[in-house]
Design a protein around this ligand. Structure first.
Ligand code: LHQ
Length: 257
């Protein structure tokens, strides 16, 4: 249900239930979580690239798996068991996560894409806060990320109407990094992930951490955090390499240490 491959420091994770537009069943959840756990544990993974197989990125929860006719489901349990741990794994990974949204991203599928560090989307892709169509509440961090990324007015309109948002508008609004031509998406996202994987991984990881912390920190707290992270970054092998390479007028060769 998830294809994984490690090459050039990039762990590619491809959601692979194309007949269901990569909707999440429990098996796909377990497989995706295992992929992100791998990324956490393996030093040779220096970036993650998340995408979907077929014409969709992800249609969110597989609704056939949570059919209320089979008894009232405990969706809180589903969230606690699957979606929340996944979100925490993506946000706490001290390595960049690139997301290539190859087609429709609905419900949790959209909000998982918004949780990644750099999200690109095919021009034909669209984002749908589908929850409102079935009486649910945006999850996978959507109620946290949407107002932060695009402000309360747009966040509420998207979440309350479940209107599809085209990739281009999502990029204009700052919800994602960039919309690219469909046939260029995988190439661009792959090149970006490889570039990040060849970068100073510890510094990039701490940069991600600092920007995320700013969502809840005061300026004073953030200045202290920057001091602490810069102290740690200054001790990394990649900082030494970066500065020496600059002084020697050559390209740095970062090792991620
Ligand atoms: C699907 C799905 C799907 C199963 C397409 N499930 N089969 C958390 C906690 C616990 C429970 C509840 O949820 C959550 C979080 C959530 O994610 S809630 C939101 C769940 N997702 C949705 O409500 C979206 C449902 N899907 C759609 O609205 C449409 O499929 C979209 C707009 C995504 C795409 O539309 P189309 O391009 O027209 O494709 P389609 O509807 O024809 O879908 C293709 C196939 O995929 C089809 O199967 P079939 O056998 O008829 O070819 C769909 O039934 C299946 N599929 N989404 N979520």
């Amino acid at each position: 249900t998830v294809l994984s491959a490690l090459a050039d420091g990039v762990l590619s994770l491809t959601l692979n239930r194309p007949d269901k537009l990569n909707a999440f069943n429990d098996e796909m959840h377990r497989a995706l979580r295992a992929g992100f756990e791998w990324a956490h544990a393996d030093e040779s993974v220096r970036a993650v690239l998340l995408t979907g197989a077929g014409r969709g990125f992800s249609a969110g929860q597989d609704l056939g798996d949570r059919d209320p006719r089979k008894g009232v489901p405990d969706l809180g349990h589903t969230i606690e068991t699957f979606y929340n741990p996944l979100l925490r794994l993506i946000r706490s990974l001290e390595k960049p996560v690139v997301c290539a949204v190859n087609g429709v991203a609905a419900g949790a599928g959209a909000n998982i894409a918004f949780a990644c560090d750099i999200t690109l989307a095919a021009r034909s892709a669209r984002f749908i806060q589908a929850f409102a169509r079935i009486g649910l509440v945006p999850d996978s961090g959507g109620t946290w990320s949407l107002p932060r990324l695009i402000g309360e007015a747009r966040a509420k309109a998207l979440a309350l109407t479940a209107e599809p948002l085209p990739a281009e508008t999502a990029a204009d609004w700052g919800l994602i990094w960039r919309a690219v031509d469909d046939d260029r998406l995988q190439e661009e996202a792959g090149a970006l992930a490889r570039r990040l994987a060849a970068g100073p991984t510890r510094g990039l990881g701490m940069t991600k951490q600092a920007i995320q912390a700013a969502a809840t920190n005061s300026l004073d707290q953030q200045l202290d955090l920057e001091r602490d992270l810069q102290r740690a970054a200054g001790r990394s092998a990649d900082y030494a390499e970066g500065v020496v390479a600059f002084l020697e007028k050559r390209k740095p060769e970062f090792t991620g240490r």
